[in-house]
Design a protein around this ligand. Sequence first.
Ligand code: C2O
Ligand code: CU
Ligand code: CU
Length: 518
Amino acid sequence: MAVTRRRLLGIAAGTGTAAAIGLAVPWLISSAETGRLLPSEVPLPDPFRMPLPIPPVLEPLSADGIDRYEVTHRRALVEVIPGMTTEIWGYDGRFPGPTIVSRRGRPVVVRHRNHLPVPSAVHLHGGRTPAASDGYPTDLILPDGADGVAGLSQHRHHDPQAITTRVFRDYEYPMSQRAATLWYHDHRMDFTGPGVWRGLAGFHLVHDDEEEALPLPAGDRDIPLMIADRSFAADGSMRYPSLDPTHQHTPGVEEGFRQGVLGDVVLVNGVAWPFHEVPSVRYRLRLLNASNTRRYRLALDPPPVGGAGLVQIGSDGGLLDRPVGHDIIDIAPGERFDVVVDFGRYAPGQPVTLVNRLGVGSTRNVMQFRVVGGATDDSAVPARLSTIEPLQPGRGTVTRDFVFRNAEDHTWEINGRQFDPARMDATVPLGDTEVWRFTTDFHHPVHLHLEHFQVLTRNSEGRGPFDSGWKDTIDLRPAERVAVAVRFTDHPGRYVFHCHNLEHEDMAMMANMQVVSR
Ligand code: C2O
Ligand code: CU
Ligand code: CU
């Protein structure tokens, strides 16, 4: 369970200064979970009773060189737990929202309409998006009729640069980026945690020629899996410990949950512990951790003979240069891992459970695959997938340090400061490669908007086993230090970076960067 702050500081004090935290004690406390369990009030159902839903792919309204879509944010009643009705807030009333499928280089415009009782803001996570369409937390879509402005005025910080709209907003995505698994989700100032918890999240997949030239599993053998934990009240509604259950005025969660909210029901694509029947062939699984706080250590149970059942082909920013075989994958909130699993390595009839080795009790299970028999498989995982040009920091490279820590008043800070839209925390010239170093006290999954980065070092060593390729979110365990290389190339403007533990994010663990032309 949660490490108390006092205990953490006690350990840190024994090692000397705060700077020493970065290097000295990672393994002492790295097994601890950040966050607190909010138990469900309903009896938990047996796992593997509901089939895995695949979110439908959204049809463009027109596709004359630009793919145009429309998505409505609204409440809906759905079945998340067998036999129960749950109200969600969903894109088009779905959780997950509909999947948007794009091609590299073909621009996309999504008109998002807000029919919720609260303001919203949509962020395409992993998108290389112009600032005006990035879903800056104060660039709100105010709901019709509702007194959206009242909701705004409650914000701790007035933001003169905010561009709000009424009822709808057009988000423009150039899609000049590699094939990758992106996702879109709510990013409303101070209320991202409850918004995503209630269901505001969906996939946005990008394809390109390079990837399609490879013999990877495709079509219905390429499935996105949105993994997210939740808790349920006796009436089937989602439980969340908001100070203000209307999510209208007062941000934040009850005192005991400031480290983050953990649920006891694991959902995949919006249903509890689903199952999926698969022929004994290769599948591409696009794993996304859309949980607010929970980290997972994913593994196949039983593992295939010979091990390395999870063959990673991609990370947040698309294909790796070559595949990496894993027995386990650690995935933190916001991260994506594209893996190929060869169900041909199992006997027909064999159930294969995707488990969570960090889970306890009900959160040990994620979902189950049932291998139903033969089919032809002409897919393969080539030894070479793509080319990743290494970002080379040189002499004179600008290095910035960001310390992610708990503050005295129980908020969360970066470099000793809470998020303030009016303060610029980093000004970065277009085209430069920089080194950004992150240091933590607790678990903090650090996410940069706009650009992907490459991990250079973790603590004093090289990359960790899950740090390959282009990343936009990096999991830091307590008292770690990670250095990444990043280059901002295309879009000037104001963007955020933040902890992707959504309770930490809502409690101010976010900062601004201004990308400037030189
Ligand atoms: Cu996935 Cu700023 O977020
Ligand atoms: Cu993002
Ligand atoms: Cu955090």
